[in-house]
Design a protein around this ligand. Sequence first.
Ligand SMILES: [Zn+2]
Ligand SMILES: [Zn+2]
Length: 253
Amino acid sequence: MLELVDTHCHIHFPEYQGKVEDYVKVAISAGVAKMVTVGTNAKDSQKASDVAQEYPNVWFSAGLHPHDAKKLLADKADLLSLIGIPKLVAIGECGLDYYYLHSSKEEQVLALRWQIEVALEHKLPVIFHVRDAFKEFWPIFDSYQGITGVFHCFTGSVSDVEEILARGLYIGVNGIATFTKKSEQLQAYKIIPLNKLMLETDAPFLTPAPLRGTINESKNIALIAEFLGELRGEKLSDLASVTTSNIRGLFNI
Ligand SMILES: [Zn+2]
Ligand SMILES: [Zn+2]
Protein backbone atom coordinates (compact mmCIF):
# COMPACT_ATOMS: atom_id res chain seq x y z
CA MET A 1 0.00 0.00 0.00
CA LEU A 2 1.06 3.60 -0.61
CA GLU A 3 2.47 5.47 2.36
CA LEU A 4 1.14 9.02 2.44
CA VAL A 5 1.50 11.87 4.93
CA ASP A 6 -0.66 14.82 5.94
CA THR A 7 1.73 17.64 6.81
CA HIS A 8 -0.96 20.09 7.91
CA CYS A 9 -4.32 19.37 9.53
CA HIS A 10 -6.20 20.33 12.70
CA ILE A 11 -7.33 17.02 14.21
CA HIS A 12 -7.78 18.65 17.63
CA PHE A 13 -10.42 21.12 16.34
CA PRO A 14 -13.99 20.98 17.74
CA GLU A 15 -15.27 19.47 14.44
CA TYR A 16 -13.76 16.13 15.50
CA GLN A 17 -14.57 16.15 19.18
CA GLY A 18 -15.24 12.58 20.29
CA LYS A 19 -14.28 11.32 16.81
CA VAL A 20 -10.49 11.56 16.87
CA GLU A 21 -9.96 7.83 17.29
CA ASP A 22 -12.03 7.10 14.17
CA TYR A 23 -10.39 9.94 12.26
CA VAL A 24 -6.93 8.51 12.87
CA LYS A 25 -7.99 4.92 12.21
CA VAL A 26 -9.66 5.80 8.90
CA ALA A 27 -6.64 7.86 7.83
CA ILE A 28 -4.23 5.02 8.57
CA SER A 29 -6.32 2.56 6.60
CA ALA A 30 -6.30 5.05 3.68
CA GLY A 31 -2.48 4.88 3.75
CA VAL A 32 -1.86 8.10 5.69
CA ALA A 33 0.85 6.96 8.09
CA LYS A 34 1.85 10.34 9.51
CA MET A 35 -0.19 13.41 10.38
CA VAL A 36 0.88 16.79 11.79
CA THR A 37 -1.88 18.54 13.72
CA VAL A 38 -1.15 22.27 13.67
CA GLY A 39 -1.67 24.69 16.56
CA THR A 40 -3.16 28.16 16.04
CA ASN A 41 -2.79 29.72 19.53
CA ALA A 42 -1.50 28.61 22.96
CA LYS A 43 -4.64 26.82 24.13
CA ASP A 44 -5.14 25.25 20.73
CA SER A 45 -1.50 24.12 20.53
CA GLN A 46 -1.91 22.41 23.91
CA LYS A 47 -4.88 20.50 22.45
CA ALA A 48 -2.75 19.58 19.44
CA SER A 49 -0.11 18.21 21.81
CA ASP A 50 -2.72 16.19 23.70
CA VAL A 51 -3.79 14.44 20.48
CA ALA A 52 -0.17 13.82 19.47
CA GLN A 53 0.67 12.27 22.84
CA GLU A 54 -2.27 9.89 22.51
CA TYR A 55 -1.81 8.69 18.92
CA PRO A 56 1.49 7.25 17.64
CA ASN A 57 0.82 8.42 14.05
CA VAL A 58 0.21 12.07 15.02
CA TRP A 59 2.78 14.84 15.64
CA PHE A 60 2.05 18.49 16.43
CA SER A 61 3.17 22.10 16.04
CA ALA A 62 2.79 25.07 18.37
CA GLY A 63 2.13 28.55 17.09
CA LEU A 64 0.01 31.65 16.77
CA HIS A 65 -2.01 31.95 13.56
CA PRO A 66 -2.06 35.46 12.05
CA HIS A 67 -5.77 35.63 12.95
CA ASP A 68 -4.77 35.16 16.61
CA ALA A 69 -1.70 37.42 16.51
CA LYS A 70 -3.39 39.85 18.91
CA LYS A 71 -3.00 37.19 21.62
CA LEU A 72 0.81 37.32 21.46
CA LEU A 73 1.46 38.79 24.91
CA ALA A 74 -1.08 36.56 26.63
CA ASP A 75 0.10 33.38 24.84
CA LYS A 76 3.90 33.72 24.80
CA ALA A 77 4.68 31.84 28.00
CA ASP A 78 2.31 28.95 27.29
CA LEU A 79 3.62 28.54 23.75
CA LEU A 80 7.21 28.47 25.00
CA SER A 81 6.28 25.83 27.57
CA LEU A 82 5.35 23.45 24.72
CA ILE A 83 8.89 23.47 23.34
CA GLY A 84 10.63 20.33 24.50
CA ILE A 85 7.39 18.35 24.72
CA PRO A 86 7.77 15.08 22.76
CA LYS A 87 6.47 15.08 19.16
CA LEU A 88 6.64 18.88 18.66
CA VAL A 89 7.92 19.18 15.08
CA ALA A 90 7.56 22.86 14.18
CA ILE A 91 6.63 26.40 15.15
CA GLY A 92 3.48 27.72 13.50
CA GLU A 93 1.30 28.16 11.77
CA CYS A 94 2.39 31.78 11.70
CA GLY A 95 2.60 34.47 9.07
CA LEU A 96 0.57 37.29 7.58
CA ASP A 97 -3.07 37.14 6.51
CA TYR A 98 -4.05 40.52 5.10
CA TYR A 99 -7.20 39.07 3.52
CA TYR A 100 -9.18 38.74 6.76
CA LEU A 101 -7.23 41.06 9.11
CA HIS A 102 -8.67 39.43 12.26
CA SER A 103 -5.57 40.91 13.92
CA SER A 104 -4.01 44.19 12.82
CA LYS A 105 -1.05 44.23 10.43
CA GLU A 106 1.21 45.47 13.22
CA GLU A 107 0.13 42.64 15.53
CA GLN A 108 0.69 40.09 12.79
CA VAL A 109 4.20 41.32 12.07
CA LEU A 110 5.14 41.21 15.77
CA ALA A 111 3.78 37.67 16.19
CA LEU A 112 5.53 36.47 13.04
CA ARG A 113 8.89 37.93 14.07
CA TRP A 114 8.63 36.48 17.57
CA GLN A 115 7.87 33.00 16.24
CA ILE A 116 10.70 33.08 13.70
CA GLU A 117 13.09 34.06 16.50
CA VAL A 118 11.83 31.26 18.77
CA ALA A 119 12.18 28.74 15.92
CA LEU A 120 15.74 29.84 15.15
CA GLU A 121 16.71 29.74 18.80
CA HIS A 122 15.38 26.18 19.19
CA LYS A 123 16.42 25.01 15.71
CA LEU A 124 12.85 24.16 14.71
CA PRO A 125 11.27 24.51 11.25
CA VAL A 126 8.42 26.99 10.71
CA ILE A 127 4.98 26.45 9.15
CA PHE A 128 4.11 29.66 7.29
CA HIS A 129 0.61 30.88 6.43
CA VAL A 130 0.66 33.87 4.07
CA ARG A 131 -2.39 35.27 2.33
CA ASP A 132 -2.53 38.51 0.33
CA ALA A 133 0.74 39.60 1.91
CA PHE A 134 3.63 38.11 -0.09
CA LYS A 135 5.14 41.56 -0.69
CA GLU A 136 5.15 42.37 3.01
CA PHE A 137 6.26 38.88 4.06
CA TRP A 138 9.55 38.51 2.18
CA PRO A 139 11.41 41.51 3.69
CA ILE A 140 10.60 40.16 7.16
CA PHE A 141 11.69 36.64 6.22
CA ASP A 142 14.87 37.93 4.58
CA SER A 143 15.89 39.88 7.66
CA TYR A 144 16.77 36.50 9.26
CA GLN A 145 19.17 33.76 8.27
CA GLY A 146 18.84 30.01 8.52
CA ILE A 147 15.05 29.65 8.59
CA THR A 148 13.79 26.23 7.47
CA GLY A 149 10.16 25.44 6.90
CA VAL A 150 7.15 25.04 4.70
CA PHE A 151 4.95 27.57 2.93
CA HIS A 152 1.56 26.01 3.60
CA CYS A 153 -1.67 26.30 1.58
CA PHE A 154 0.14 27.51 -1.49
CA THR A 155 -2.14 29.16 -4.08
CA GLY A 156 0.28 31.54 -5.78
CA SER A 157 1.82 31.91 -9.21
CA VAL A 158 4.90 30.53 -10.95
CA SER A 159 6.94 33.53 -9.81
CA ASP A 160 5.76 32.97 -6.21
CA VAL A 161 7.04 29.38 -6.47
CA GLU A 162 10.40 30.74 -7.57
CA GLU A 163 10.51 33.18 -4.63
CA ILE A 164 9.81 30.35 -2.18
CA LEU A 165 12.31 27.94 -3.73
CA ALA A 166 15.00 30.62 -3.69
CA ARG A 167 14.66 30.58 0.12
CA GLY A 168 14.90 26.78 0.29
CA LEU A 169 11.40 26.32 1.72
CA TYR A 170 9.03 23.44 1.04
CA ILE A 171 5.64 24.16 -0.55
CA GLY A 172 2.42 22.73 0.90
CA VAL A 173 -0.39 21.95 -1.56
CA ASN A 174 -3.90 21.01 -0.47
CA GLY A 175 -7.38 20.34 -1.84
CA ILE A 176 -7.63 23.80 -3.44
CA ALA A 177 -5.61 22.29 -6.30
CA THR A 178 -8.48 19.89 -7.06
CA PHE A 179 -11.13 22.59 -7.50
CA THR A 180 -9.36 25.79 -8.52
CA LYS A 181 -10.31 27.24 -11.88
CA LYS A 182 -7.23 29.46 -12.08
CA SER A 183 -4.88 28.24 -14.77
CA GLU A 184 -2.00 30.28 -13.33
CA GLN A 185 -2.33 28.36 -10.06
CA LEU A 186 -2.40 25.02 -11.82
CA GLN A 187 0.70 26.02 -13.76
CA ALA A 188 2.43 26.84 -10.48
CA TYR A 189 1.53 23.42 -8.99
CA LYS A 190 3.15 21.80 -12.02
CA ILE A 191 6.56 23.37 -11.57
CA ILE A 192 7.12 22.69 -7.87
CA PRO A 193 10.05 20.23 -7.73
CA LEU A 194 8.91 16.94 -6.22
CA ASN A 195 11.61 17.11 -3.55
CA LYS A 196 10.10 20.41 -2.32
CA LEU A 197 6.44 19.37 -2.40
CA MET A 198 4.41 18.72 0.75
CA LEU A 199 0.90 17.25 0.74
CA GLU A 200 -1.61 18.62 3.23
CA THR A 201 -5.36 18.61 3.80
CA ASP A 202 -5.72 21.62 6.16
CA ALA A 203 -8.64 19.59 7.55
CA PRO A 204 -11.34 20.46 8.57
CA PHE A 205 -11.12 23.08 5.78
CA LEU A 206 -10.68 22.89 2.00
CA THR A 207 -12.16 19.46 1.26
CA PRO A 208 -10.88 18.25 -2.13
CA ALA A 209 -13.12 17.39 -5.08
CA PRO A 210 -15.23 15.28 -5.42
CA LEU A 211 -16.07 15.43 -1.68
CA ARG A 212 -16.80 19.18 -1.55
CA GLY A 213 -19.49 19.92 1.03
CA THR A 214 -18.21 17.37 3.57
CA ILE A 215 -15.85 17.99 6.50
CA ASN A 216 -12.28 17.38 5.37
CA GLU A 217 -10.10 14.65 6.92
CA SER A 218 -6.54 13.37 6.53
CA LYS A 219 -7.78 10.30 4.66
CA ASN A 220 -8.48 12.64 1.71
CA ILE A 221 -4.74 13.13 1.11
CA ALA A 222 -5.06 10.32 -1.43
CA LEU A 223 -7.43 12.45 -3.55
CA ILE A 224 -4.97 15.34 -3.59
CA ALA A 225 -2.08 13.01 -4.44
CA GLU A 226 -4.03 11.41 -7.30
CA PHE A 227 -4.99 14.81 -8.72
CA LEU A 228 -1.42 16.13 -8.54
CA GLY A 229 -0.01 12.93 -10.00
CA GLU A 230 -2.21 13.36 -13.04
CA LEU A 231 -1.59 17.13 -13.34
CA ARG A 232 2.18 16.73 -13.01
CA GLY A 233 2.49 13.49 -14.97
CA GLU A 234 3.96 11.60 -12.03
CA LYS A 235 3.38 8.09 -10.78
CA LEU A 236 1.38 8.01 -7.57
CA SER A 237 4.00 5.75 -5.98
CA ASP A 238 6.76 8.31 -6.66
CA LEU A 239 4.62 11.16 -5.36
CA ALA A 240 3.89 9.19 -2.19
CA SER A 241 7.43 8.06 -1.49
CA VAL A 242 9.12 11.42 -2.18
CA THR A 243 6.59 13.51 -0.23
CA THR A 244 6.98 11.05 2.65
CA SER A 245 10.75 11.47 2.59
CA ASN A 246 10.29 15.27 2.39
CA ILE A 247 8.43 15.30 5.70
CA ARG A 248 11.22 13.19 7.20
CA GLY A 249 13.72 15.77 5.95
CA LEU A 250 11.88 18.77 7.37
CA PHE A 251 10.14 17.52 10.51
CA ASN A 252 12.50 14.63 11.27
CA ILE A 253 9.66 12.09 11.56
ZN1 LIG B 1 -3.25 28.28 7.30
ZN1 LIG C 1 -4.13 25.37 9.03
